[in-house]
Design a protein. Structure first.
Length: 176
């Protein structure tokens, strides 16, 4: 009467079906995804290895991306990934690269699942990470006052500086 199929079916990743990539990008932050966009649009067989988002996922508000004012970092990263997804670029996000070796005219890319992928070209777009100070309260107040990028975050504190300046001026006037 009832047919419950409880077997877990594992779908073969598109990454596994490609024998030789024209380009494998290691890193799935904005730089890696943008490189994939251009390569795929030029007709290159492209793959990405990395966790999608990069540092952008840890950014609360982005206000310096042309055409998109005030957007959360994760939402912007999701939009980048959605764009890549429309180009059918396979992303291997659940594994890390453990070795890259050149053999003849191709690169052998080994991942932590002990599988080897092959590519004519490898692009490293692994990004960076902020240097932590390891001081009390740093993790608690990340993105709530503790900042790692003065260029990016200074405008968010501009109003506070103006407010303090006005307050000092008011205090001076009241003393006079």
């Amino acid at each position: 009467m009832f047919n419950f199929d409880i077997e877990k079916k594992t779908e073969t990743s598109k990454f596994e079906t490609i024998d030789l990539f024209d380009l494998v990008i290691i890193g799935a932050g904005p730089a890696g995804l943008n490189a994939a966009l251009y390569a795929a649009r030029k007709g290159m067989v492209t793959g990405i290895i990395g966790t999608v988002g990069g540092q952008l996922h840890n950014t609360t508000t982005v206000d310096n991306f042309l055409g998109i004012p005030l957007i959360e970092g994760k939402h912007l990263s999701d939009r980048f990934f959605d764009h890549i997804d429309t180009l059918d670029v396979p992303v291997l996000s659940d594994h890390k690269v453990t070795a890259i070796r050149k053999e003849g005219h191709r690169f052998l890319i080994t991942t932590d699942d002990q599988k080897t992928r092959y590519a004519k070209t490898v692009l490293l777009a692994t990004g960076g990470s902020p240097r932590m100070l390891d001081i009390p309260g740093e993790k608690t107040y990340q993105n709530k006052g503790v900042s790692y990028c003065t260029t990016c975050d200074a405008p968010f504190f501009q109003r506070q500086r103006r407010h303090r300046r006005r307050r000092r001026q008011q205090c001076r006037r009241s003393r006079d």
